[in-house]
Design a protein around this ligand. Structure first.
Ligand code: NOJ
Length: 564
């Protein structure tokens, strides 16, 4: 395992990055959609939380067919979310507070309203305009509008991955039909994205989160006959999947890295790449993007063996000199406080079981809200104690649960429509944040403004930022304390496992201020039961919940201790 001292390392190697989902964070103009001036108005919240960077999900012009991941123009701001001047003002305010800015880049596809796609539709087969996307004739050749799709491939969001355009041709879309896939062997496509990266880097953006980083490059023609159960089968360990994680993709990121390194400091990048763990290094290598998300910890249930496996897989990044990344939540998954409060389903991973629970409108199995929150708090301290960067998702600092009972008519996620009821989708973690216990949108927008774009449940009142401000035991205060103490403890990126009883994870690492920083997670039993455990000798720095009367660590609780 390699180890880099935090002083010598680039900022992002051990950063805490807070994901803002702009439509749902704060609504300054009262139109019901969050906006960039809303983010600016909440910089004090982010500064007090103590995060190192903010990652903004897309805020570009978009029909919002996939929450903004259907981009009309990569170099502008959606007028409903603001202007480029608002973006600059937000960046300045964040920088002034010592917070770096990471933006989302969506290179796998554009929206179907992008000028390139409009031009492709208006152009004949074989034209340069169609060559920027993946157009193919239907299975029976150019037989006209009724032909069969070129292959049986399925979209990740359900339904066919091909959409007909009425002249015998079809275009590929791994996601919604409003997200046509780009053709990355086209030099103009490559050049245009380099221009986009420069555009934002020149505006002072510090880093990029690369959406579907394992997509982009495909071998379509020699594989049209291949049956793929779904385009999601990305976890091949040999690069042989026709659609994902192809070797030629690495050239794209080498070119991006060269561009990033022309800046001082070099721009950071993190890949969202759902690839086999043994191939993550290709994205996180310093000659490539530099960092890659790992989702193993996030996919683990609240179970000691699964969590340990998730940590071990994440730590493999250190072996290749990359920094590790940790996350328990983002805008694509059921919130951790709810995931961890559901009884385990032996048939399904906790992640998939939670999606099924949402689809049943949060009906059986019954959620244990308190247990889920206790574990989410313990999970926070678990991830923050690991070497590497932690990515937090807005609302985690409030311990928010999933809004699992959104009624069908308000749903926006294309997954809900395309899966024909098999999945309900991701809207339940995207409900606008509560800032105050009252007001027409719990302070998300000005009182009396338009209704938030997704309805907020009544229980948001008790979770609001101002309510938690006033409660020293709140999850908000735990986040602030954990981030602040972590900053004082950070040391080299290494970790040693310590002996512990069954159901307990215990590791230590050198603390930057001297001594060793121990993290003890008493995972406990599946139903939250279990014995309390004694803590290692040393200074007790923080716990995610109260110790028992004997000073021992109860189940579903994490402690940090510094030993001499
Ligand atoms: C991953 C993003 O996180 C998700 O929200 C989006 O739907 C897909 N990529 C497609 O862009």
């Amino acid at each position: 395992m390699t180890s880099t001292s935090p002083q010598a390392a680039p900022w992002w190697r051990q950063a805490v990055v807070y994901q803002v989902y702009p439509r749902s964070f704060a609504d300054a103009d009262g139109d019901g959609l969050g906006d960039l001036r809303g983010v600016t108005s909440r910089v004090p919240h982010l500064a007090e939380l103590g995060v190192d960077a903010v990652w903004l999900s897309p805020f570009y012009p978009s029909a919002l067919s996939d929450g903004g991941y259907d981009v009309d123009d990569h170099r502008d701001v959606d007028p409903r979310l603001g202007t480029l001047a608002d973006f600059d003002e937000m960046t300045e305010a964040l920088h002034a507070a010592g917070i770096r800015v990471v933006v989302d880049i969506v290179p796998n596809h554009t929206s179907d309203r992008h000028p390139w796609f409009r031009e492709a539709l208006a152009s004949p087969r074989g034209s340069a305009a169609r060559g920027r996307y993946v157009f193919r004739d239907g299975r029976d050749g150019p037989a006209g509008p009724m032909s069969e799709p070129p292959s049986s491939w399925k979209s990740l969001f359900g339904g066919s991955a091909w959409e007909p355009v009425g002249d015998g041709q079809w275009y590929l879309h791994a996601f919604a039909k409003e997200q046509p896939d780009l053709e990355w062997s086209d030099r103009e496509v490559r050049e245009d994205f380099l221009t986009t990266l420069r555009f934002w880097a020149d505006r002072g953006v510090d880093g990029f989160r690369v959406d579907v980083a394992h997509g982009l490059v495909r071998d379509v023609d020699s594989n049209l006959h291949v049956e793929l159960p779904s385009t999601h089968t990305a976890l091949f360990d040999d690069g042989s999947h026709p659609l994902w994680d192809r070797d030629d993709l690495m050239e794209v990121y080498r070119e991006w890295r060269q561009l990033f390194d022309t800046y001082d400091p070099p721009r950071a990048a993190v890949a969202e790449a759902s690839v086999h763990p043994s191939r993550r290094w290709r994205y996180s290598d310093p000659s490539s993007l530099g960092q890659a998300f790992t989702f193993d910890l996030f996919e683990a249930g609240w179970d000691a063996a699964q969590l340990r496996r998730g940590v071990e897989l994440g730590l493999e990044q250190l072996d290749v000199g990359a920094s590790c990344t940790w996350t328990l939540a983002n805008h694509d998954c059921v919130r951790a406080a709810s995931r961890y409060g559901l009884p385990p389903d032996p048939e399904l991973s906790s992640h998939v079981a939670a999606k099924a629970w949402v689809t049943r409108d949060g009906a059986a199995p019954v959620l244990d809200r308190a247990l889920g929150l206790r574990r989410a708090r313990a999970g926070l301290m678990l991830e923050l104690a690991l070497p590497g960067s932690t990515y937090l998702y807005q609302g985690e600092e409030l311990g928010l649960h999933e809004v699992a009972d959104l009624p069908a008519p308000v749903l926006q996620d294309p997954i809900a429509f395309r899966s024909e009821g098999a999945e309900k989708g991701r809207d339940g973690c995207r409900v606008p944040l509560p800032w105050t216990p009252d007001g027409s949108s719990f302070g998300f927008g000005p009182d009396g403004g338009r209704d938030p774009h997704l309805p907020q449940p009544a229980w948001f009142a008790g979770a609001a930022v101002s309510v938690q401000e006033a409660d020293p035991g709140s999850t908000l205060h735990l986040h602030r304390a954990a981030l602040e103490r972590r900053r004082g403890l950070l040391g080299p990126e290494e970790l040693a496992w310590e002996e512990g009883p069954d159901g307990v994870l215990h590791w230590s690492r050198p603390a930057g201020r001297g001594g060793r920083w121990h993290c003890v997670v008493n995972v406990g039993g599946a139903d939250g039961s279990g014995a309390s455990v004694p803590l290692p000798a040393g200074e007790l720095v923080l716990t995610s919940g109260p110790l028992d009367d004997a000073g021992h660590l109860p189940p579903s609780t994490t402690a940090w201790v510094v030993s001499g």
